[in-house]
Design a protein. Sequence first.
Length: 53
Amino acid sequence: MTPSATRRWTGRPPRDEELTRAGVRLVAVPDCGHDIILDNPDAFARPTATAPG
């Protein structure tokens, strides 16, 4: 595996297909950086509120 410092962002997380097969729903949160909850709380809250749990 390539070290994360040199990994190029493709818009999809590593192993996304494996996560999807395991039942994980991946949601892109727009207009945010590394602190998703603070950068765009509304866009984070919507899919989080509807996640099974």
